[in-house]
Write a protein that binds this ligand. Sequence first.
Ligand SMILES: C[S@@+](CC[C@H](N)C(=O)[O-])C[C@H]1O[C@@H](n2cnc3c(N)ncnc32)[C@H](O)[C@@H]1O
Length: 170
Amino acid sequence: MTAIIIVSVIFIFLLTAFYAGWRGAPWVPTRKEDVKRFLKLANIKPGQKMYDLGCGDGRLLCAAAKIGAQAYGFEISLPLFIAAHIRRFFQKDKCRIKILYRDFWKINLSDADIVYFFLMPKVYPKLKKKFEKELKSGTIVIAYVWPIKEWIPAKIDTKNHCSNLYLYKV
Ligand SMILES: C[S@@+](CC[C@H](N)C(=O)[O-])C[C@H]1O[C@@H](n2cnc3c(N)ncnc32)[C@H](O)[C@@H]1O
C-alpha cells in the first residue's frame, strides 16, 4: 500500500513537470552569474513588482526581493514549486516573495512593473499577444536566451560564453 502511494506521488510530480515543459518550457535554471546580470539590467527600484513566468526554483525571485522588489513567481511543476518555497523559507525578505501554483497563461499581468521569462521560443507568439493585451505602458520585459520577434529591444546584455538578456520597454 505504501509503495503504491509513493509511486503515485512520484508519478503526479513527474506528470506536472512534463505538463509544465509542454505549457512553457522544461526546467533549466537561469545561471547564477546571469541572475546578477538580470538584476543589473532590470535596475529594480524598491517596491516594484517583478513577475517571473515559470519561476522554477525561485532563484530570481529571491535575488530581486533582496534588493527590494515585490517578487511574484508562478509555477505549475510541483517539484519546482516546492523547491521554490523551500528557497523562499530561508530568505530574510520572504515577506516580499509570493510563489503561486498557477499557470502563468491564466495570470493577468497588468500589475507587473518588470516581467522576466526563460521559456521556449515556440510559446513566444502567444506570449507576445498576451503582453500586448495586458501589460501597462512602461513595463520592462526581459527575455533570457531568445529575443521576441518583431519587438525591438531597448537593451541587449551580452557576455562571452553566456546567453543574451533582451530588455524591452512596453
Ligand atoms: C526554463 S525554466 C526557467 C525557470 C526560472 N524562471 C529561471 O529562470 O531559473 C521554465 C520554468 O517554467 C515553468 N513553466 C512552464 N510553463 C509554465 C506555465 N504555463 N505556468 C507556470 N510555470 C510554467 C517550468 O516548470 C519551469 O520551471
